[in-house]
Design a protein around this ligand. Structure first.
Ligand code: PEP
Ligand code: MG
Length: 580
C-alpha cells in the first residue's frame, strides 16, 4: 500500500481499478492472462521484442547515415537495454510464474527501472528515465498492435490516472465508466478541476510523479475530500473507505429534502442559489438540486475539443436546451472565455508564453469578431425563448466593456433588420475577476445590468499565483485578506447602485465561506450544482446579523490562515457536516 498526497479538487470517495494513461494518452493494459495461455504469451513477448529491436536498429542506421554516428548511438543504447538478458528473463518470469500479461509485465518492469533512474541525484542519469519510457512505449505498441486503445471505448468502471488531463480531455471522459481521476500535475483552480466537479466524480490533482509505481488493473482509492490517493490499499484501509463512501451517500440523502425548500436565512432573508454549468446536460443537475437558475454557463466548452468552430445552430441548440429546462428562471450565458488553460484545437489560436496574462477571454473575442458575433447571434436568438442574460468574461477596462457592448448592439441591429426575434432588453453584465475591475467598480456599475465575481481568477490575479500550478497551491487562497477586501469593495459598490451582484467562482460553493459572504452583503451565489445543498443548508441555519458579525471580525484579520480557522469554527457551531 502506498499513500500520495495531492490537491483535493472534487469531493467524494472512489474505489476501483486503475486505468493508467501513458504520455501519449494510451492506456496501459490489464494485468493477468489465463494459465494455459502462458506459452503463447511468452511467444508474443518475444515477437514484440524482436520487432521493436528491428525498428530501433533501423533508426540507428538511418540516423547515423543522416546525422552522424554520435546520434545513432542513442538508438544503440536503446537496443542494448531492450536486448539485455536480465530484462528478458525478468519479463518471462512474470508471465510464467505470476501469470501477468506481457503488457503488464513490460510496463511494470520498465516503470520500476525508470523510477530508479528518476531518483538519482545526477540530472543526466535521471533523464535516462525517458529513454526507458521510450522503450516501454515501443514495446507496448508492438504488443498491442491495433488493440492499442485510448480512453474511449471503456466497458467497465475505472479510475483514470494520468500525468495531465486537459479540460477538454476531462470533458470527454466517459461518465458511465470513469469513477474518478488523478493527475500528477494541475492546481486547485484549473478548469480540469472544475470539469471534475461537473462530472460529479472524485478527483485529485498535483500529486507529483507516481505513474511509474502503478499499472493498469491495480486497485486504487481516491479520496477527493482530503486529496489522498492510495495505491494497492490493504483490507483495513479498504474497509474504512467503504464505510466513508457510505457516509457520504447518507449525507447527500440527508440534504436531499432541502431541494424544495427555499434558501432562506433564519431571519427570513431570501438568498438565490444558482448553478454553474459547462455542458447543457448539467442543467438537469441544477434542476435536481433545486437551483434558482444558471448563474454561469461556461460556453467555451462548446469550442474545446471541437475540430471546427461551432456553428450558430450548434450554439443555439445548446442554449435553448438549457433555457427551456430552466423555465422562467434566469440563465446567465457567459460569452466564450478561451485562452490560458482552455485552448481549442482550432488552428488560429497560437501558443503563448504567458497565457494567463495573454490573449484570453474578452480580449480574444474582441480580436476575433466573426467568432464573437456568431456566438452573440445565437445567444440573442435564445433570449427570445426564456430568461437569458449575457455576461462578458475578464473585463478589465471600461474600453473593453464598451467595445463588447458595441459589438452586441451591432449584432442586435443585424437581427432586427432580418426580423429575427430576440429580447431587446436582454440584461448585460460582466465578470469581476481582476483587481483592475474592482478598482474601477464605481464606473462599471454605471454601465452594466449585473455583476458576477469570478474568484478563481480574482485570486490568481490579486495574489499573483497561477491557479493551475501545484507548486504555489499554498498561496492560492480565497481567505486571503487582500482577496476579501476586493470582494467586499465590489459587493458594496453594487449594493450602493442597486446593481445585482453574484459570485460564481469556486469560493461561492464552499460552505466554509457562506457566512462571510452573506455578512458582506452577497445574496446571490452560483456554484457547481452538487455544492448547492450544502450552501443552502448553511443559509437556513444562520441569521444575517450573525453573518455580519462574522464578516466584520474576519475583515480585521491579517492572514488567510487565521481567517480560515475562524470561519471553520463559526460554521461548525451551526453546521456539523462542514468538512474543510
Ligand atoms: C472565475 O474565474 O472565478 C470564473 C468563474 O471563471 P472561470 O473559472 O471559468 O475562469
Ligand atoms: Mg475566470
Amino acid at each position: 500500500m502506498q499513500k500520495l498526497q495531492g490537491i483535493a479538487v472534487s469531493p467524494g470517495v472512489a474505489i476501483g481499478e486503475a486505468l493508467v494513461m501513458d504520455n501519449e494518452g494510451f492506456r496501459i493494459p490489464r494485468r493477468f492472462v489465463a494459465r494455459d495461455a502462458v506459452v503463447d504469451e511468452v511467444e508474443r513477448l518475444d515477437k514484440a521484442v524482436a520487432a521493436a529491436a528491428a525498428e530501433i536498429a533501423h533508426h540507428r542506421e538511418t540516423v547515423s547515415a543522416e546525422l552522424g554516428e554520435k546520434y545513432g548511438a542513442i538508438f544503440e543504447a536503446h537496443l542494448q537495454m531492450l536486448q539485455d538478458s536480465r530484462l528478458r528473463s525478468e519479463l518471462e518470469e512474470m508471465i510464467r510464474q505470476r501469470h501477468y500479461s506481457p503488457e503488464y509485465a513490460v510496463s511494470r518492469t520498465l516503470r520500476r527501472y525508470a523510477q530508479v533512474f528518476q531518483r538519482l541525484e545526477s540530472s543526466y542519469l535521471a533523464e535516462r528515465a525517458s529513454d526507458i519510457f521510450d522503450i516501454e512505449k515501443r514495446l507496448l505498441r508492438h504488443l498491442l498492435g491495433r488493440r492499442r486503445e485510448g480512453i474511449a471505448h471503456l466497458t467497465s468502471a475505472v479510475l483514470v490516472l494520468a500525468h495531465n488531463l486537459t479540460p477538454s480531455e476531462t470533458a470527454n471522459l466517459d461518465r458511465r465508466y470513469v469513477r474518478g481521476f488523478v493527475t500528477e500535475i494541475g492546481g486547485p483552480g484549473s478548469h480540469t478541476a472544475i470539469v471534475a466537479e461537473a462530472l460529479e466524480i472524485p478527483a485529485v490533482v498535483g500529486t507529483g510523479p507516481f505513474l511509474t509505481e502503478v499499472s493498469g488493473g491495480d486497485q486504487v482509492i481516491i479520496d477527493g475530500d482530503k486529496g489522498l490517493v492510495i495505491l494497492q490499499p490493504d483490507e483495513e484501509t479498504l474497509a474504512k473507505y467503504r464505510h466513508e463512501a457510505e457516509e457520504i451517500r447518507t449525507l447527500a440523502a440527508r440534504l436531499e429534502p432541502l431541494r424544495d425548500l427555499p434558501a432562506e436565512t433564519r431571519d427570513g432573508v431570501r438568498v438565490q442559489l444558482l448553478g454553474n454549468i459547462e455542458f447543457p446536460y448539467e442543467v438537469d443537475h441544477c434542476v435536481d438540486r433545486g437551483a434558482d437558475g444558471v448563474g454561469l454557463y461556461r460556453t467555451e466548452f462548446l469550442y474545446l475539443g471541437a475540430e471546427a468552430e461551432p456553428t450558430e445552430e450548434v450554439h443555439y441548440q445548446a442554449y435553448t436546451r438549457v433555457v427551456q429546462a430552466m423555465g422562467d428562471k434566469p440563465v446567465v450565458i457567459r460569452t466564450f472565455d478561451m485562452g490560458a488553460d482552455k485552448m481549442p484545437n482550432m488552428s488560429h489560436f497560437d501558443d503563448e508564453r504567458n497565457p494567463c496574462l495573454g490573449l484570453r477571454s474578452i480580449r480574444l473575442a474582441l480580436r476575433n469578431l466573426p467568432i464573437f458575433r456568431t456566438q452573440l447571434r445565437a445567444v440573442l436568438r435564445a433570449s427570445a425563448t426564456g430568461n437569458v442574460q449575457i455576461m462578458f468574461p475578464l473585463v478589465s477596462t471600461m474600453l473593453e466593456l464598451r467595445q463588447a457592448k458595441m459589438v452586441l448592439a451591432d449584432v442586435m441591429e443585424d437581427l432586427e433588420e432580418r426580423h429575427i426575434e430576440f429580447n431587446r432588453k436582454v440584461p448585460v453584465g460582466m465578470m469581476v475577476e481582476t483587481p483592475a475591475s474592482v478598482m474601477m467598480i464605481d464606473r462599471f456599475v454605471e454601465e452594466v445590468d449585473f455583476l458576477s465575481i469570478g474568484t478563481n481568477d480574482l485570486i490568481q490575479y490579486t495574489l499573483a499565483v497561477d491557479r493551475s500550478n501545484k507548486d504555489v497551491v499554498g498561496l492560492y487562497n480565497p481567505a486571503d485578506p487582500a482577496v476579501l477586501r476586493l470582494i467586499s469593495m465590489a459587493i458594496r459598490a453594487a449594493i450602493g447602485k442597486n446593481v445585482p451582484i453574484n459570485m460564481c467562482g469556486q469560493m461561492s460553493g464552499s460552505p466554509l465561506y457562506t457566512m462571510l459572504l452573506l455578512g458582506l452583503g452577497l445574496r446571490r451565489f452560483s456554484a457547481t450544482p452538487s455544492a448547492i445543498p450544502e450552501v443552502k443548508n448553511v443559509c437556513r441555519k444562520v441569521t444575517i446579523a450573525e453573518c455580519e458579525a462574522v464578516a466584520a471580525r474576519a475583515m480585521t484579520m491579517e492572514n488567510a490562515r487565521d481567517v480560515r480557522s475562524f470561519l471553520k469554527e463559526e460554521a461548525k457551531k451551526r453546521v456539523q457536516e462542514i468538512v474543510e
